[in-house]
Design a protein around this ligand. Structure first.
Ligand SMILES: Cc1cc2nc3c(=O)[nH]c(=O)nc-3n(C[C@H](O)[C@H](O)[C@H](O)COP(=O)(O)O)c2cc1C
Length: 209
């Protein structure tokens, strides 16, 4: 039951100590993110990994005054695409062809299906793109816990400010959520060793037979 133990160990870390995470552990978390499921398999997001301390300080000052932003080792920023271009689709279908070679007919049909999604209502489309990043966020939290790396998802920030600092709009990207990775400072991390606050499983889960 290692997974359950890791998930019990994990908590939203409120205070980090600035210690660096070994690169191989960071790589494991990033590889796990790359294995996250995404709708249609498009992986229509970027994950920016910020190591630069000066940039972290700017984000702290201008977009998010939460302690782990500057005291983390690596700051992950999840940013969804704001649109999906023909070039994105070409790249994706080239990748499928290379990995699976399913034949031109299959590829053509699947591309039509994917393109039909692109015609949906714009607001819904943007939400749909943004939602994909939260699945990757969840996988990242689990992968970090598996390495006993502390983390905290952060959505409480000034999105316009962060996107401006990172020049995301110019790259057709929009930030959705951040995940500082690092090691807890037990004196500042007031969530450390707190019991989990969770519903009774019977209140959360409803089995329909
Ligand atoms: C999408 C999302 C956004 C969150 N934003 C913040 C945040 O801005 N600051 C923060 O300290 N915690 C944030 N949290 C952490 C939650 O408050 C925390 O996960 C929840 O209270 C459950 O506690 P646990 O993760 O320690 O079990 C966020 C969590 C999620 C999933």
């Amino acid at each position: 039951m290692k997974l359950t133990e890791d998930l019990q160990w994990r908590h939203a870390c409120k205070g980090m100590n600035g210690e660096k995470i070994p690169q191989e552990k960071v790589n494991k978390i990033l590889e796990a993110i790359n294995l996250a499921p995404t709708s249609l398999g498009l992986q229509a997001y970027k994950v920016l990994v910020i190591e630069n301390q000066e940039l972290k300080e700017t984000i702290f000052k201008e977009a998010c005054p939460q302690q782990p932003i500057t005291a983390c080792s690596h700051l992950l920023i999840f940013a969804s695409y704001t649109q999906i271009t023909t070039k994105d689709l070409d790249t994706y279908f080239d990748l499928i062809k290379w990995k699976r070679n399913p034949g031109d007919e299959w590829l053509g049909n699947y591309r039509k299906k994917v393109e039909s999604f692109m015609e949906r209502n714009y607001n819904y489309f943007e939400d749909w793109l943004a939602r994909q990043t939260y699945i990757a966020l969840g996988i990242a939290c689990v992968a970090a816990a598996n390495e006993h790396i502390d983390s905290v998802p952060i959505e409480g920030y000034d999105k316009a400010a962060l996107d401006r600092i990172l020049k995301l709009k110019e790259r057709n990207l929009a930030s959705t959520v951040m995940l500082p990775l690092g090691y807890k400072d037990p004196e500042k991390d007031w969530m450390n060793n707190q019991p989990k606050v969770r519903k009774d499983l019977n209140d959360l889960i409803e089995v329909i037979k």
